[in-house]
Design a protein around this ligand. Structure first.
Ligand code: UD1
Ligand code: F6R
Length: 371
């Protein structure tokens, strides 16, 4: 049921304040005056000891689910103290890459039925790793075959392009980082700030959704582009990949997400006055590096669209060149949840304006059950 919306993708984008609430329900505890703020993940409580002792945490997934894990990687590294590596399921299988008994392998999948991810799970089970699932579908193959896990509880996702599952996956993995981190004193202030940030996140998502009309106007300007690049780094490297994935899969426009730190190592050659580039430059420890990326792209006459924190347009885009998308600022590790929303809206409006099928892009299936 699409309710008042024209398409499932549109409904699912706008539903995110509610889906995120459901994801967090019962799992965030804001203690009383003397009780600490904590996270409760029922499905993992008997396994944290093993996870903390593992030699590394390996995230495994495909497409959007892989991108969600990439978005959560920095906070997991920071709070868990365990090395975190990333694997695209098909690539792990192609290489028969190393998975050890001492590993915690985390399988991220909305459907819980993706063949590549499921085969990678079988492979990790054979190799003796602790296998953890992060899925949206109770009773799915991945939920059944993992040793333990977390349901993201985002509600059924119908649109082929994953939107609300992505933001709920990131939130679950941020909660996972908090839970693995335990109650170490050194990170207490940081952990409490993240928990407060999680409580307020649905409100902030509601706020960023108000950019809908602005993104529709931007889509009108970009309707005939050949290509769209998206540059991000740090917490928002994943946002660049995921934003570009949405644009290519539904709007059928060539789009690439790139690590801004790699710009000078090749992609800069593409830049001229005909190329549109979205640069994600919200405030975090990478901001000054992004400022210099913006300067260099501007010097090559790239057509810039800069995503920055509210009130930051002048620092992010001095001289007023380019267009600015201002988004509410949240705790740095949660910022990817906010920053993807305008890009989801942009992909949605581009698709409608270009006359393509939003909910059922050509050649794609919601759940990829063949390898
Ligand atoms: C569970 C209940 C929830 C109830 C809550 C109350 C289910 C599905 N969930 O939620 O309805 O309100 O207790 O305390 O009954 N699992 C995997 N792999 C996965 C995902 C999950 O093995 O990919 C396992 C978990 O380890 C756990 C079970 O499935 O044993 C349920 O997981 P989850 O729904 O996340 O647990 P709770 O949030 O505790
Ligand atoms: C993109 C998209 C795909 C899926 C991928 C994995 O919008 O939907 O990239 O994310 O096929 O699917 P799940 O998460 O079901 O394993």
């Amino acid at each position: 049921n699409k309710g008042n919306y024209e398409h499932y993708m549109q409904k699912e984008i706008h539903e995110q304040p509610e889906s995120l609430k459901t994801t967090m329900r019962g799992r965030l505890i804001r203690g009383g005056s003397c009780k600490a703020k904590t996270v409760l993940l029922g499905g993992l409580k008997d396994h944290f000891k093993t996870i903390r002792r593992s030699r590394r945490i390996v995230f495994i997934g495909c497409g959007t689910s892989y991108n969600a894990a990439l978005a959560a990687r920095p906070i997991l590294e920071e709070l868990s103290g365990v090395p975190v590596t990333m694997e695209i399921a098909s690539d792990l299988l192609d290489r028969q890459g190393p998975i050890y008994r001492e590993d915690t392998a985390v399988f991220v999948s909305q459907s819980g039925e993706t063949a590549d991810t499921l085969h990678a799970l079988e492979y990790a089970l054979e190799n003796g790793a602790l296998c953890v699932g992060i899925t949206n579908t109770v009773g799915s193959a991945i939920a059944r075959h993992t040793h333990c896990g977390v349901h993201i509880n985002a509600g059924a996702e119908i649109g082929v392009a994953s939107t609300k599952a992505y933001t709920s996956q990131i939130v679950v993995m941020a909660m996972l980082a908090l839970a693995i981190g335990g109650d170490s004193i050194t990170s207490q202030t940081r952990r409490e700030a993240i928990i407060d940030g999680l409580f307020d996140l649905p409100n902030k998502v509601r706020e960023v959704l108000k950019l809908d009309q602005e993104m529709k106007d931007l889509a009108k300007l970009l309707i005939a582009e050949q290509s769209l690049l998206v540059f991000g780094r740090g917490y928002n490297y994943a946002t660049a990949l995921e934003g570009a994935l949405k644009v290519k899969e539904v709007a059928l426009m060539h789009s690439e997400g790139m690590l801004a730190g790699e710009m000078k190592h090749g992609p800069l050659a593409l830049v001229d006055e005909n190329l549109t580039i979205i640069v994600i430059a919200t405030r975090d420890s990478c901001f000054s590096k992004q400022q210099s990326v913006i300067q260099q792209l501007h010097a090559r006459k790239g057509r810039l669209i800069v995503m920055c924190s509210k009130g930051d347009a002048v620092s992010a885009c001095p001289g007023g060149f380019g267009r600015v998308i201002e988004v509410p600022q949240v705790e740095d590790c949660l910022q990817p949840v906010i920053n993807i929303v305008p890009l989801q809206l942009l992909a949605y409006h581009l698709t409608v304006l270009r006359g393509y099928n939003v909910d059922q892009p050509r050649n794609l299936a919601k759940s990829v059950t063949t390898q």
